[in-house]
Write a protein that binds this ligand. Structure first.
Ligand code: NI
Length: 163
């Protein structure tokens, strides 16, 4: 297993809608293991395939005790509202406040292709929305006001120069 390289804004794959996952088997299991390893190494709570350079509808997460693999994720319902800070490994973990739904129901396939539904609240619900967005080529900064988006981009560019 290996820790994979994180793709960063503005790499193109992050703006692409992912292709559906159609093959479930040893190769997908290996990819998922590497995605988990990469996510833990980077201290993230979720990681989508686009973030390791693969335009696929797939993410892994481990957030508030909820650890799962979601292939071909769909948001079935989203209710309520929460305020909170959000960040992304592909944007250098620069955070910004973003309003999201409070309760979210996700439908997806697991690593063996079995369809499941899972509900979450709070941070885990935020994670469902953030990672499913990645599968559609949407970054959290795309959901910010133009002013906030520019602030995040500028802070991220500065961080990149320093490393
Ligand atoms: Ni992200």
């Amino acid at each position: 297993m290996a820790v994979l390289k994180i793709t960063e804004f503005p790499e193109r794959v992050l703006k692409q809608a992912g292709e559906p996952v159609e093959e479930f088997g040893a190769e997908l299991e290996r990819l998922v293991s590497e995605m988990f390893e990469t996510m833990y190494a980077e201290e993230g709570v979720g990681l989508a395939a686009a973030q390791v350079g693969l335009p696929l509808r797939l993410f892994v997460m481990d957030c508030e005790g909820l650890r799962l693999v979601a292939a071909n994720p769909e948001i079935v319902s989203a209710e309520g509202a929460q305020e909170g800070e959000e960040g992304c490994l592909s944007v250098g973990k620069v955070h910004a406040p973003l309003r999201r739904a409070e309760r979210v129901r996700l439908r997806a396939q697991d690593v063996r292709g079995e369809v499941f539904e899972q509900e979450a609240e709070g941070l885990a619900a935020r994670c469902f929305l953030h990672e499913t967005d990645h599968c559609d080529g949407v970054l959290f900064i795309d959901r910010l006001t133009p002013l906030r988006r520019e602030m995040v981009k500028r802070r991220f560019q500065k961080l990149r120069k320093w490393r």
